[in-house]
Design a protein around this ligand. Structure first.
Ligand code: NAP
Ligand code: MG
Length: 492
């Protein structure tokens, strides 16, 4: 089937008439649809539509905008299983996880629906008599939204829902690898009565759609989740126009296991964090830092259990690990594995593409563990975004923290210890936007702030109350009812 862009409330073809296909990474003969390969002309139309819709959408009372989101959330809930299955087909992660991903989008949509009756500002007394003053939130305006393929439903809802409840309009460019999920999400919103032009969807590549969208002079804010490399480029486009730019980028997330940690608990958390979503989560654990005394014991058991993970099509409920998203990603992962070997790390399992039987139909890579990794190695520093875990040894707590903090990234982090003092210190000392105690690096809930420090972000946070701060600007209001000119700061 040929899908279309959604611009100004109409489903329309790209001006240039070009298309691209979305196929399953588990079985490339499984086609999810054909989509417009749009360009700057389509972006311009979409931004104009967002511009036209803005005045009316801002005037809709926030509780009414919230009610619309509530209806959307209910429809997501009704369609949960179908959406999860589509997601597994389109980007590969196993059903158990895609169900969770859809649920995350549902949770976020309900949360932000409720925000419609809050959107809290504040009042405060004036220094002058007969004068009232308060602060209210205003929408920012026309927002460009650019998203990755690994959470093709949840991440868009993290951005769309707070932006919409606050009264913004958007143009969305989804990832080339997951256009079908974007279509389904927007279709549901449109069917629930979203006014024309409030959300516009333009399919196409980063270069042909993403760049002109980010550069568009009528865009007031850019919200982006993806790689640090692309985020940096987008930040520059935003700077030219003095736009607010929200960036959520890469990670190199560590789990620390201390000698007093519960090893069984740690093993489960490590496997889930390193190989869930085939390692393709921004919060995936890609570095395991083990204290000397339990290094051998933990690593031996970890390798054994990792070798038992079942690879396959995520639609099969018995499968643990699905494919990686595309061939380019598969090659990139394998290059990093070759590099790790060259750097002198010890390959303990995996390290190659899996092609047995049905696996030959897709892009499967064996879960891979490197031991004896040194903190300066590139496999310990750079985001690989695949099922590759680098294991490092630490002398003690101090060295473990130093290794954990010794990268440019700072999204998630975790420590396994039964020592309450060390756990509390780690919460203070780990340079990351998220810290888990006695749990892996993944599992964020939608009502807490989500984001990272250093190269992972530029200071913003998604989710929870923090998201409302991202998608609104403050206005200070002063009402003087004294009937004379009163001057603040004691001016006579
Ligand atoms: P990506 O290559 O940076 O792409 C992200 C989005 O940007 C896609 O829609 C992409 O379009 C678009 N894009 C690419 N080049 C562009 C350009 N020059 N200008 C404007 N837009 C451009 O990232 P990805 O491979 O999709 O996703 C993986 C990355 O996302 C990892 O680094 C991961 O850590 C990060 N991530 C971060 C978070 C977080 O919350 N911190 C969450 C999930 C993922 P195309 O698809 O057409 O290339
Ligand atoms: Mg990409």
């Amino acid at each position: 089937m040929l899908y279309k862009n959604y611009i100004g409330g109409e489903w329309v073809e790209a001006e240039g008439g070009q298309t691209f296909k979305s196929v399953s990474p588990a079985d490339t003969s499984d086609l999810l649809g054909e989509f417009p390969a749009s360009d700057e002309r389509d972006v311009n139309k979409a931004v104009e539509a967002a511009d036209r819709a803005l005045r009316e959408w801002q005037k809709v009372p926030a509780p009414k905008r919230g009610e619309l989101l509530f209806k959307v959330a209910q429809e997501f809930e009704r369609r949960k299983e179908a959406l999860a299955r589509l997601m597994t087909r389109e980007m590969g992660k196993v059903l158990n996880e895609t169900r969770g991903s859809v649920q995350e989008g549902i949770d976020m949509t309900y949360y932000m629906a409720g925000e419609g009756r809050r959107l809290r500002g504040y009042t405060t007394p004036s220094e002058l008599p007969d004068k009232a003053q308060y602060a209210i939130r205003r929408p920012i305006g026309r927002i460009a939204m650019i998203t990755p393929w690994n959470f093709p439903f949840a991440i868009p809802t993290w951005k769309l829902m707070p932006a919409l409840v606050a009264g913004n309009t958007l143009v969305w460019k989804p990832a080339t690898d997951t256009p079908r999920m974007a279509y389904e999400l927007v279709k549901i919103m449109a069917d629930q009565g979203l006014p024309p032009g409030v959300v516009n969807l333009v399919f196409g590549s980063g270069s042909k759609v993403g760049i002109p969208l980010a550069k568009h002079p009528k865009i007031d804010m850019i919200t982006f989740t993806g790689s640090t490399e692309v985020g940096r480029e987008i930040y520059r486009y935003g700077a030219e126009k003095l736009n607010k730019v929200h960036l959520e980028m890469g990670g190199k997330n560590p789990i620390i296991v201390l000698e007093d940690g519960d090893l069984e608990l740690a093993l489960e958390g490590i496997i889930w964090s390193a190989f869930g979503t085939t390692g393709q989560r921004c919060t995936a654990c890609s570095r395991l830092i083990i204290e000397d005394g339990v290094y051998e014991e933990l690593l031996k058991e970890l390798v054994e259990r990792t070798e038992r993970l079942k690879l396959g099509n995520g639609l099969d409920e018995s499968v643990d690990v699905g494919p990686v998203v595309n061939e380019a990603q598969l090659n990139k992962i394998h290059e990093y594995v070759q590099l790790g070997i060259k750097e002198g790390a010890k390959l303990l399992c995996g390290g190659e593409r899996a092609t047995e039987g049905e696996l030959a139909k897709g892009f499967f890579y064996k879960p891979t563990i490197f031991g004896d990794v040194k903190p300066t190695m590139r496999i310990a520093q750079e985001e690989i975004f695949g099922p590759v875990l680098a294991v490092l040894k630490a002398r003690d707590y101090e060295e473990a923290i130093a290794i954990a903090n010794g990268t440019n990234y700072g999204l998630s982090s975790s420590i396994y210890t039964q020592d309450v003092n060390k756990a509390q210190r780690a919460i203070q000392e780990l340079e990351a936007g998220i810290t888990y105690i006695n749990s892996g690096t993944i599992g964020a809930e939608v009502h807490l702030p989500f984001g990272g420090v250093k190269w992972t972000g530029n200071g913003g946070r998604e989710a929870g109350e923090a998201a409302i701060d991202e998608y609104t600007e403050w206005k200070a209001v002063y009402i003087d009812y004294s009937g004379r000119l009163q001057k603040a700061q004691g001016i006579e």
